[in-house]
Structures are given as structure tokens and as C-alpha cells.
Design a protein around this ligand. Structure first.
Ligand code: PEP
Length: 253
């Protein structure tokens, strides 16, 4: 059975105090209300990783995520944060290839592939994001586009390595826009990605990889998206900033 995951990407939001409150509310609600086997990830901005980890404490189902990393271990890279640093403060998951990093920070295929390698080499789990723009979807090129992202950024991995990656399909036109992919559109793309993985690595490997959907998931649309057979959870932006909304989404899985 594939791992079920709901990951909250807090992006560049919160301050020290409100980050601590959000983390503590999420951890307590998960402890009290979540009985299923869902893995919950909170990915706060770097300055709040340690305080979030303190809130997580020994909660069995909740894990710390980071929103980015640099692929070198240490050295003269002003402003960057390495995988060993993330590990040392308790991070387990690292979001990579997010469309905002691609768009605003110019991250290209080779950089994303290097980051995937660094995260895996450090024993952490990449949450690798892919997804097409509205223009690409309207040109009906979305399947080829997203398959190409996998070819260039993930398919250098061997079968053992790729099994450790979590994939997040995030259509750019649905991120932060309030416009979500329909459950059918999500399922269609998740199945396309799984078939693409199967062609390269075989169906046993493809069936073991969790594929999350991201893009305006909210408490009122989560259940129907998560009900689709190839959707193994969600990467949640805006709705992860309110503990009750985030919990409702976790409970929908
Ligand atoms: C995201 O940034 O990964 C995301 C899915 O954002 P939102 O849920 O706000 O669309």
C-alpha cells in the first residue's frame, strides 16, 4: 500500500510566534483527531524549523519539512541552507522543484535534479513538484510537458532511489488561484505520471510511489480529489496556514 501524505507548505508566511501556535495546534489536533495512517508534514520557513520540530516532539504521525535546500553540504554559499543542516534540526521531507522556485528563482532542470540527489544522499525524502502552466494545458501539451519534467529531473535515478521520492503534481494554474483541477483532471494526470514511471521502472516501482495533488485544495474539495485511485494525498499551500482547515483536509484523506 502506498504511503498517504498531506503536506503543508507554509511558503513565506508567519512569524516566530504565529508559526509556533500553528505548529502546536496542528500537532494537538492530529494527536486527538486523526486515527488513520496519514503522514502529516509541516514545511515552515527555515527560521521556524526548530521551533516547529519542538512542537512535533514525539508525535508519531507528524514530520518536519523544508521548502528548499542547496545541493552542496557546506561552504561559501551565502544565504543557502544544506541538507545536513536541515537534517540536524529534524527535517525529514524537502519540497523541491516548486513552481514558485522555478518561476521566481530561475530553478532549472539540472538544479532540481542536483537537489533531488542531495536530498536522497542525505537520507531525506524529496517532495518533488511538477506541473504545467495554463498555456501548456490549453495547448493540450500537459501530459508531454509533465512527463518531460520527470525525464529530465528524476529519471537519472535508479529504481531503488526513485521509490524514495514523493511526487506532487501541481498544475501551476491551480496554485494559489482558487481554481482547482477537477478530480477527473487530477486522476488523469496522476495516472499519466504513474504510467510514465511504469514505462521506465516497471509497474511494481510505479505503484509504490506516492503522488500528491497540489493546487487550491480546501476542506470542501479535498475528499473528492483524494477519493481518486492514483491520488495519494495533497500538498497544501494557503489552506495549511489555518490549523482547522488543514486538519479537515488531513481527515478527508
Ligand atoms: C502549493 O504552493 O504547493 C499549493 C498547492 O498552494 P495552494 O494550496 O495555495 O494552491
Amino acid at each position: 500500500m502506498r504511503q498517504k501524505i498531506v503536506a503543508g507548505n507554509w511558503k513565506m508566511n508567519k512569524d516566530a510566534e504565529s508559526a509556533q501556535s500553528l505548529a502546536s495546534e496542528v500537532v494537538n489536533m492530529v494527536k486527538d483527531e486523526v486515527t488513520s495512517e496519514v503522514t502529516v508534514v509541516m514545511a515552515p520557513p527555515f527560521p521556524f524549523l526548530s521551533s516547529t520540530q519542538r512542537q512535533i516532539g514525539d508525535a508519531a504521525q507528524v514530520f518536519l519539512g523544508a521548502q528548499n535546500c542547496y545541493p552542496k553540504d557546506s561552504g561559501a554559499y551565502t544565504g543557502e541552507v544544506s541538507v545536513p543542516m536541515l537534517k540536524s534540526v529534524g527535517v525529514t521531507y524537502v519540497i523541491l522543484g516548486h513552481s514558485e522556485r522555478r518561476e521566481y528563482f530561475g530553478e532549472k532542470d539540472a538544479t532540481i535534479a542536483d537537489k533531488v540527489d542531495a536530498v536522497l544522499a542525505g537520507g531525506l525524502v524529496p517532495i518533488y513538484c511538477c506541473g504545467e502552466s495554463l498555456e501548456t494545458r490549453e495547448a493540450n501539451d500537459h501530459e508531454a510537458f509533465v512527463s518531460g519534467q520527470l525525464d529530465r529531473e528524476l529519471f537519472h535515478l535508479d529504481a531503488e532511489a526513485i521509490k524514495k521520492v514523493v511526487i506532487a503534481y501541481e498544475p501551476i494554474w491551480a496554485i494559489g488561484t482558487g481554481k482547482t483541477a477537477s478530480p477527473e483532471q487530477a486522476q488523469e494526470m496522476h495516472a499519466t505520471l504513474r504510467n510514465h514511471l511504469a514505462k521506465k521502472y516497471g509497474s511494481e516501482v510505479a505503484n509504490a510511489i506516492s503522488i500528491l495533488y497540489g493546487g487550491s485544495v480546501k476542506p470542501d474539495n479535498a475528499a473528492e480529489i483524494f477519493a481518486k485511485p492514483d491520488v495519494d494525498g495533497g500538498l497544501i499551500g494557503g489552506a495549511s496556514l489555518k490549523s482547522r482547515d488543514f486538519l479537515e483536509i488531513v481527515k478527508a484523506l
